[in-house]
Design a protein. Structure first.
Length: 108
């Protein structure tokens, strides 16, 4: 599975998990792309998910899609200009993100 990212200023979070070679869980919602054949394209806006932007394609046996990447007001270069990733194993997917700063302990 090949995932590209489209950075966007948002306050929410993104979690991704590959549950099978052609199945992707986005923030808890499962999307099954297994029925797709090589060369198939699901047009942008057809998949009922606000996180998926652009078409979903299957090329050379690999599902390719772009998801929104939420970030704060001052993203790092890695988050503002993320590299696409190729996911080859099932499980949680590391999403580019900036470390959240811990608030200062004012009680100390």
């Amino acid at each position: 599975m090949h995932i590209s990212f489209s950075p966007q200023r948002r306050d929410d979070t993104l979690t991704l998990e590959r549950t099978a070679p052609n199945r992707l869980r986005i923030n808890g919602e499962l999307f099954n792309f297994s029925p797709m054949e090589d060369g198939d394209v699901i047009e942008a806006g057809t998949v009922p998910c606000d996180w998926i932007v652009g078409p979903v394609e299957k090329i050379d046996g690999e599902v390719r899609l772009t998801v929104r990447l939420p970030h704060g007001p001052s993203p790092s270069q890695a988050v503002a200009f993320p590299e696409p990733i190729t996911v080859t194993e099932d499980g949680p997917i590391a999403v580019p993100s900036d470390e959240q700063e811990e608030p200062a302990d004012v009680d100390a």
